[in-house]
Design a protein around this ligand. Structure first.
Ligand code: ADP
Ligand code: ZN
Ligand code: ZN
Length: 741
């Protein structure tokens, strides 16, 4: 029998990932050594005994086998969290295609020397009663900023100064003035860099019967030792978050930890605060704006059992809890759960794998579940829970469609239908708020010549440049910027102009001129460039300092504004024209989620959807808020064309410095795949990608389709093993891709 060899890492830290050492695996322990195993090895010149982790196993020695030392023994203690994360990294590497280094770097917390931060908190220096009197005075004087700070401090008696200046949008001058008047104080405390201060605790709410039935069922499974995946399908505002919190409470009471995944964009003060109120400082949060040091601190706290719950976007999955009991994934349909870097993992699949390594359960939740998850639930592999009513007395909004073709035929050339315009002016009169959502996903305004049709493109990428403000053209892929073009480079015509979808900026201007008395806010990529912009727009709107909020899909997610009674959706069908098979699903999800923003409180909500295709099933199902009808139609279409979840797909992207090298490599790769191909696998391509070039790198793509994911993974392995002569070729894999290439 051949000897086998293990690559072993001695010290797990980010910088040392590629410093592995190879050892021979003695045959008597071969059975018990696998990736992730902890082993004792002789190390260094003195052969001092140290512990290490096995990262990779191979049949061939990396260097002179005569000089390779033997592993001494296996440590059979599988409670170590690093071990579990290494097993997870190995699984990710094999499934999604990446090097072990990259997989490990994704999964293991970065160890960096971090200075302990000084945390500063704002506190009240007055008694409650005195503070309430001050609050009344500020309110009377219409001193909104001061009033906002005092009322927040009456709710949470200590608030991180970063939150005060950020989310609460209070200037340092105001803080200074209030300090000088002896109303508040800023205190310093040396501590872990927790991101939010502890809030005043509140107990659980009394659950409604539907909520309670779900919680009881989950708990009885959990007590019985059943660990599985659940899908909670609950309409917007049906009380899913309360269900999560109740379930989490039970899991922590059994001494286990919980990871709560939320898309970055819904990781708002509002949502996070609900968890802090319920669970106090046993909660921590991660978000992309944390520094590596801050992130590492939070991971250390998790390792030391100082917290039980970690809330964050997909990377929160890698929180090193050694006793994980539950993973909750809210808004499970969100595309931000899919990583766009190698390994291109989907957080849902990784969560389920991680849960199986730990013996934990997974709860997926959404008002508009992904077709994939719903399909698995319908087939009985996930347990399906439903909530069909809103939790508060609020009823679902009235949703209606306006056919914009008819508006146009009747001579209305503005972007607002008569019905929407009337509804907006009605809300402004009543002092209620309006959200206007422009669906622009997958479309961009481009500039072209009306005489010959030439489109102005980025010189580095195969995409059209987009018009921004006055006189600037920008590439959304590489950031390239140039001045507006006055004459066509091809035919010399001067009839050059912007075409395509209406933008948020244009809508904002039109609305301002129609309703000069209204205060209008705009939220899109351009108005949220700086740290804190996003929060400050939302808090201004939440404080009712504006009447209308205009925005892109950014405004759709999870916000709870009680005074919003009208949601207008312009260009509802825009996303139907995106060139990928998920266009219908995305459109339905966006429309339902956007509609869910209206009438969250006692006041009845109204939603007006403006569309050119009221008969399209995604739009029609959104009008009746009928998930079941949408799912049936969509699944029929996926079955017909074997798109996920009916079949699976692997995209292989070949990137190259020159067009020729790329197409040669793609041809060679396709030939290697086709050689001895198994049945039940179809290869499409190679072809140039939809976007042929990004940042001067050429892109070719091969799609492989099969009903069987394992076959696709075998194809991926085969492609990884294929050798290339050209040096600057990069190959990456994407299993069940979310967008097109
Ligand atoms: P979802 O997560 O499904 O959108 P939430 O959990 O945010 O729903 O609930 C919507 C609103 O209803 C929130 O304001 C929440 O506090 C309230 N709510 C939920 N469940 C209950 C309950 N059992 N009793 C009272 N209010 C509730
Ligand atoms: Zn021209
Ligand atoms: Zn570009």
């Amino acid at each position: 029998m051949n000897d086998r060899y293990a690559d072993i890492i001695v010290d797990i830290s980010h910088e040392n990932l590629d410093r592995t050492f190879q050892y021979r695996i003695p045959q008597n322990i071969e059975e018990s050594v696998s990736v992730g195993s902890r082993v004792m090895i002789p190390f260094g010149r003195s052969d001092r005994q140290v512990a290490g982790f096995v990262l990779e196993i191979s049949d061939r020695p990396g260097f002179d086998p005569g000089k390779t030392k033997d592993i001494i023994s296996v440590i059979t203690d599988d409670t170590l969290v690093e071990q579990k994360l290494i097993i997870l990294a190995n699984w990710m590497k094999e499934r999604y295609g990446s090097t072990m280094n990259r997989a490990l770097a994704t999964v293991l917390p970065v160890k960096k020397n971090v200075r302990t931060a000084v945390k500063r908190d704002v506190i009240l220096k007055l008694s409650r009663k005195e503070a309430e009197e001050k609050l009344a005075i500020f309110e009377r004087k219409n001193n909104v900023a001061r009033a906002r700070l005092i009322s927040s401090l009456l709710e949470d008696d200590m608030i991180d100064i970063k939150l005060v200046t950020g989310k609460l949008n209070i200037s340092s001058a105001t803080i200074k003035a209030l300090c000088e008047q002896g109303i508040i104080d800023v205190v310093e405390k040396r501590m872990y860099r927790n991101t939010i201060s502890a809030a005043e605790r509140t107990g659980p709410v009394e659950l409604l019967p539907d909520q309670k039935a779900i919680v009881d069922d989950f708990i009885s499974d959990y007590r019985a030792g059943i660990r599985t995946t659940y899908l909670l399908h609950g309409i917007t505002g049906s009380g899913k978050t309360e269900v999560y919190m109740e379930i989490i409470d039970h899991v922590i009471s059994e001494g286990r930890s919980v990871i709560v995944l939320i898309p970055e964009i819904s990781l708002t003060y509002q949502t996070v605060m609900r968890f802090y109120r319920r669970f106090g400082d046993r909660v921590s949060t991660l978000h992309s704006r944390l520094s590596d040091g801050e992130r590492y601190d939070q991971f250390e706290r998790a390792k030391k059992h100082e917290i039980d719950i970690m809330i964050g976007p997909r990377s929160a999955l890698f929180t090193p809890f050694d006793n994980l009991g539950l993973i909750v994934m809210d808004e499970e349909h969100e595309s931000s759960y899919k990583s766009d870097q190698m390994p291109k993992y989907h957080a849902r699949d990784v969560a389920i794998k991680l849960a199986s390594i730990h013996g934990a359960s997974v709860v997926l939740g959404s008002a508009t579940p992904s077709v994939e998850s719903y399909n698995v639930a319908v087939n009985g592999k996930y347990k399906l829970y439903s909530l069909n009513k809103r939790a508060k007395e609020a009823s679902l909004p009235d949703v209606s469609a306006v056919d914009m073709r008819e508006e146009l035929a009747s001579g209305n050339r503005t972007v607002f239908s008569h019905r929407l315009k009337d509804a907006i002016s009605d809300r402004i009169m009543r002092g209620e708020q309006v959200m206007l959502f422009i669906n622009r996903r997958g479309v961009s305004s481009f500039v072209s010549c009306r005489s010959c049709g030439e489109v102005i493109k980025c010189p580095h990428c195969d995409v059209s440049l987009s018009q921004h403000g006055k006189g600037k053209l920008i590439c959304h892929y590489c950031g390239y910027e140039q001045n507006e073009v006055k004459t066509c480079g091809k035919c010399g015509s001067r009839l050059i102009g912007a075409m395509g979808g209406i933008g948020t900026e244009a809508v904002e201007q039109q609305i301002k001129s129609m309703f000069p008395q209204a205060v209008v806010l705009r939220m899109d990529a351009d108005t949220t460039r700086k740290k804190g912009d996003y929060e400050s727009i939302l808090s201004t709107f939440a404080n009712r300092e504006a009447d209308i909020l205009v925005g892109t899909q950014m405004i759709v997610k999870g916000h709870d504004f009680p005074y919003v009674t009208l949601v207008g959706i312009l260009a509802a069908d825009m996303s139907l024209y995106a060139n990928d098979y998920r266009a219908g699903e995305r459109t339905f999800q966006l429309l339902v989620q956007a509609a869910g923003r209206a009438g969250r409180d006692q006041r009845k909500g109204q939603v007006i959807i403006q569309t050119y295709r009221p008969d399209h099933y995604a739009v029609a199902a959104a009008l009746t808020q009928d998930y079941g009808a949408f799912y049936e139609e969509e699944m029929g279409y996926r079955n017909l064309l074997s798109y996920p979840p009916a079949g699976h797909m692997l995209a292989i992207l070949i990137e190259s410095g020159t067009e020729k090298e790329g197409s040669d490599a793609a041809d060679a790769l396709a030939a290697a795949i086709m050689d001895g191909i198994m049945t039940g696998v179809a290869v499409i391509g190679p072809t140039t990608a939809t976007i042929k070039k990004i940042k001067d790198i050429y892109r070719h793509v091969i799609y492989v389709k099969s009903m069987d994911t394992d076959k696709l993974i075998m194809i991926k392995d085969k492609a990884e093993a294929a050798v290339f002569t050209a040096s600057d070729i990069r190959i990456s894999f994407d299993l069940d891709p979310i967008g097109g290439y």
